[in-house]
Design a protein around this ligand. Structure first.
Ligand code: SF4
Ligand code: SF4
Length: 488
């Protein structure tokens, strides 16, 4: 890439905001020393991501101060010199208009989304990640409009070829042309094979179908600057990607402290799906990525928002150590300490999400050994709950029988976090908790879309990147709800 093509980097001007990615071994090579004082962090409102816009400390956007300009930490891509903001803007959770203002179905609140993008750019964010299916294609359109207000060389735009739609070569060409048009651009800085889940998908679409060769031609023509992949697949697919001889420029992968520190294993009673190859264990996966030396962008550092909205006991452990830090900031600081990480994506819906994240990354304060000990203790508390690992991504939707899978799981998880799961009928608080659970359930999920409507057809199962046994979990919740309803 030509020097002049590189985005300007406000944090680079004096080099203060720039780091090299932490190398294998996990030691962070920050040019910034730790924040001078806890007071410099300021009073940070925690963000209840994907929820109601009210921080878990009850703070709204006006209460969260912006960090000083030019203080965003950037990491330099060792392969091409791109100075990328450590906070990346994931464009799959833009703010939505209220239903009264969008009679034809869910619609992005464009004004609010543009405000967020403007604010992010003004505070040093320069990496934006969208995809063909996000917001049913409207994410690309809105991010294109928002970024058109800024010089093209001041940001990096990432997009993805939708593997799940199994495109033929001709369809892939059409999709790529549509993406450029929707985003109003002539090039993607970072472009991915989206969610390569299996060896079969990679071989059929990208090798035999010729889509990889086509994308490599686009790269040679300059319409793709960096070619990589995003991944939620099984172990053989990962091994294939790492050994197929393609010199990938980067990868978008999922790591967070929940998965890495306790080594995610399905809960007892979990039934593997027929023909399911096991997903790579997180620690092994990270080691393989580090060995491969492929620069990484991270997704799901908050496990779909779950790590931003911890139960009270877990949160109390973190707050005792850092009263003003949000739960999300702990998860981001952990993710940022992993080796070879260039940018960490966050899907930000509200201004307080963005402001809280800006405080976390401007500049990054790496986790200390003491912080790690506190985080592990908090994680023990979190794991004692029987949460469902749903990130509310919506990939399993729509269900042909109308079940609102993410809303069912979100309500259940939220009740667990708030310790509102009615358990023991002899307990005095049981009937109050039972009522709260059922009223909340009916409010958040219309009756015709509840767990009990699942027929067990299994259509959703292969679509879930978290490999949740959706049928079994819905049956469990359905039975639980039925028991609650019949108990008087
Ligand atoms: S298994 Fe249940 S939730 Fe999944 S698609 Fe079929 S009916 Fe819908
Ligand atoms: S069940 Fe799986 S696919 Fe569906 S919303 Fe949750 S994580 Fe996403």
């Amino acid at each position: 890439m030509n020097e002049s093509d590189r985005p300007s980097a406000p944090g680079d001007e004096d080099g203060k905001g720039t780091e090299t990615a932490p190398p294998a071994g996990g030691k962070t090579l920050s040019r910034r020393t730790l924040l001078k004082a806890a007071g410099a962090v300021g009073a940070i409102g925690a963000a209840a991501y994907g929820l109601d816009g009210l921080g878990i400390f009850g703070k709204r956007e006006r209460d969260i101060p912006d960090p000083p300009p030019g203080s965003m930490t950037r990491r330099v891509n060792p392969r091409n010199g791109d100075a990328i903001s450590l906070l990346g803007f994931g464009c799959m959770r833009f703010p939505m208009l209220p239903s009264a203002k969008s009679p034809n179905g869910p619609e992005i609140d464009e004004e609010a989304a543009i405000r967020l993008v403007d604010h992010a750019i003004a505070h040093g964010v320069n990496y934006f990640d969208t995809a063909y299916p996000y917001h049913k294609g409207m994410s690309e359109v809105v991010v294109g409009k928002a970024l058109a207000r800024h010089p093209r060389d001041s940001y990096f735009l990432a997009d993805k070829m939708p593997t799940f739609s199994k495109p033929t070569l001709e369809q892939a060409k059409e999709i790529f042309a549509t993406q450029l048009e929707r985003c109003g651009t002539t090039r993607f800085d970072y472009y991915m094979l989206h969610n390569v889940q299996s060896v079969e998908a990679y071989r059929n679409i990208y090798e035999e179908g010729g889509v990889l060769a086509y994308l490599q031609e686009e790269k040679a023509a300059g319409r793709i600057r960096n070619l990589g992949w995003s991944f939620h697949g099984d172990t053989p697919a990962l091994e294939l990607l790492l050994s197929c001889g393609v010199d990938w420029d980067f990868a978008l992968v999922q790591f967070n402290y929940h998965d890495l520190e306790h080594g995610y294993a399905p809960r007892p009673g979990h039934r593997p799906r027929p023909g399911d190859a096991e997903p790579p264990p997180a620690r092994w996966f990270l080691e393989r990525m580090v060995e491969s030396r492929i620069p990484m962008m991270l997704m799901e550092p908050l496990l779909g928002g779950r790590l931003a909205r911890l139960n009270k006991k877990t949160l109390a452990i973190l707050q005792a150590e850092r009263p003003d830090a949000s739960a999300a900031s702990w998860a981001f600081r952990y993710a940022a300490s992993l080796p070879n990480v260039l940018s960490i994506l966050s899907g930000m819906t509200y201004m307080e999400h963005l402001r809280d994240n800006l405080r976390t990354f401007s500049p990054l304060e790496p986790l200390t050994d003491r912080d790690m000990a506190v985080l592990r203790k908090a994680l023990d508390g979190f794991l004692s709950q029987e949460n469902i690992r749903c990130t509310a991504c919506g990939y399993c939707m729509p269900c042909p029988y109308g079940v609102d899978i993410p809303s069912v799981f979100t309500h259940y998880n939220r009740c667990i976090d708030d310790e509102q799961i009615p358990k023991e009928p002899r307990n005095a608080a049981y009937f109050q908790a039972r009522r709260a659970f059922l009223v909340g359930y009916d409010r958040s999920v219309p009756e015709l879309r509840q767990a009990e409507r699942c027929t067990g057809c299994g259509k959703c199962l292969p679509l879930c990147p978290q490999r949740i046994d959706i049928v079994a979990e819905l049956a469990r919740i359905g039975k639980f709800v039925e028991t609650l309803r019949t108990q008087v």
